[in-house]
Every structure is written in structure tokens, then in C-alpha cells.
Design a binder for this molecule. Structure first.
Ligand SMILES: Nc1ncnc2c1ncn2[C@@H]1O[C@H](COP(=O)(O)OP(=O)(O)O)[C@@H](O)[C@H]1O
Ligand SMILES: [Mg+2]
Length: 205
């Protein structure tokens, strides 16, 4: 029998059959809480949090960048993960999308750019990430993002989706609109990082 300590509040809990075990479910949650979900004890250092920010990034915009900045501040490490297999035909190749992201993410030491395909939760498990980061610009994003987050939770309950809002000035900005404006010869200055602007100039002519 392991020694019980004051700090180990888990040892005070008993399982349904009365023996030592996980604590009773909290507030009506019926699933067994896993080791990952133990609340941190006040004053003790918490484990490093690794978050994954997945997307198409076709191309990365200043809105994405706003989220990367917030994510890099909030989490210990952030992986920007580009989806390899887009249903839609991307304007920029995977290599181009990665190059642009790597260039704009360079200032953050704790941000890495990677590629994934297949199920996001499989990739997150492989990388030992605890968090998926997604952006919500407006109510219109909410429905599909909620659906995705709940499905991902069903597939992997130990991983939480965290939503962040960009600065208001980016709330109308999307890669699709930027591609559209560029295609029609409009100005994209201020909507995307300079590195992306240059790529557009080379591509659109
Ligand atoms: N302007 C923006 N501000 C904040 N978040 C954004 C912005 N544009 C896109 N995002 C978020 O970034 C994530 C990736 O977007 P996107 O590259 O379009 O990939 P996906 O195809 O997965 O939607 C999504 O969570 C999206 O809501
Ligand atoms: Mg999108």
C-alpha cells in the first residue's frame, strides 16, 4: 500500500466499490476522469501545455497570425499544423503554405510549423498535445466549429478545443476573401503578412 501524503488528495477518494480509486464524478459528469484531467493543485507548477492550431492556411493571413500570437503567449508550445489533403483545390501548394507559415512564425521560439493528414485527434495524440486551438471570428463560425469540437471530443475526450477571438479588425478576414480580392486585382496590403503579399504578386501576374 503506497504511503498517503497530505498533498495527495486523490488518496481521499474511493471508488464505487469502496476501495481506493478515482474520485466520484464531478457535477454529474458520468465519464471517468482520466489522469490528464486532474485539477492542478494551487501553487504547484502545472505541466507544459502543447497546443495544435490546425487549418488550411491557404494562405496564412493577419487573422491567423493574430491567433498564433495569442496562442504562443497562452501555451508553452504551439504547433501550427497544415492539413495536407484539402478537398478543395488549394491556391498555394503545401510547400508554399509551409514556407510562408515558417517565415511568419519565425519570431516565436515556441511555435513550430508542421503538416498532418488523417484525423486531427490522431495527429494530436501522436504529438502528445492537450489542446486544439481554433479561431472564432463571428457567430457564423460558431456552428461548424462547435460541431467539429464536439466530434473531436467524442473521438478523444482527453483533448480540449480552445477558441480564441482575433482583434476585431481581423474578424472579417478569411483566406478565401484574400484570394478573391487578389484574383480580382484588389489591394491585399494589411490583410496578409508581407511575405504572403510577395507570393501573391508573383502568382497572380
Ligand atoms: N481572420 C481570422 N481571425 C481569427 N481566426 C481565423 C481567421 N481566419 C481563420 N481563422 C481560424 O483559423 C483556423 C484555420 O482556418 P483555415 O485556414 O480557414 O482552415 P480551415 O480550413 O480548417 O477552416 C480556423 O479555426 C479559423 O476559424
Ligand atoms: Mg476556414
Amino acid at each position: 500500500m503506497p504511503q498517503k501524503t497530505q498533498l495527495d488528495n486523490r488518496s481521499q477518494h474511493t471508488s464505487a466499490d469502496g476501495g481506493p480509486g478515482p474520485p466520484a464524478p464531478i457535477f454529474g459528469l458520468t465519464e471517468t476522469r482520466s489522469e490528464l484531467e486532474w485539477p492542478a493543485i494551487a501553487g504547484m507548477p502545472t505541466k507544459p501545455i502543447l497546443a495544435i492550431y490546425p487549418g488550411s492556411f491557404d494562405p496564412v493571413t493577419n487573422g491567423h497570425l493574430d491567433l498564433i500570437e495569442r496562442g504562443a503567449k497562452l501555451f508553452d508550445r504551439l504547433i501550427v499544423a497544415v492539413l495536407r489533403n484539402l478537398d478543395k483545390d488549394p491556391l498555394f501548394t503545401l510547400t508554399e503554405r509551409l514556407e510562408m507559415l515558417r517565415e511568419v512564425a519565425r519570431p516565436w521560439e515556441n511555435v513550430e510549423v508542421d503538416v498532418f493528414d488523417g484525423l486531427l485527434v490522431d495527429y494530436a495524440r501522436k504529438r502528445n498535445a492537450q489542446v486544439l486551438l481554433r479561431g472564432i471570428r463571428a457567430i457564423s463560425d460558431y456552428e461548424s466549429e462547435l460541431q467539429m469540437a464536439l466530434m473531436n471530443r467524442k473521438l478523444e475526450p482527453r483533448i480540449e478545443t480552445v477558441f480564441l477571438m482575433p482583434a476585431e479588425s481581423y474578424s472579417y478576414l478569411s483566406s478565401r476573401l484574400v484570394r478573391e480580392i487578389a484574383r480580382l486585382g484588389g489591394p491585399i496590403h494589411g490583410l496578409v503578412p508581407p511575405a504572403v503579399e510577395r507570393r501573391f504578386r508573383a502568382k497572380v501576374r
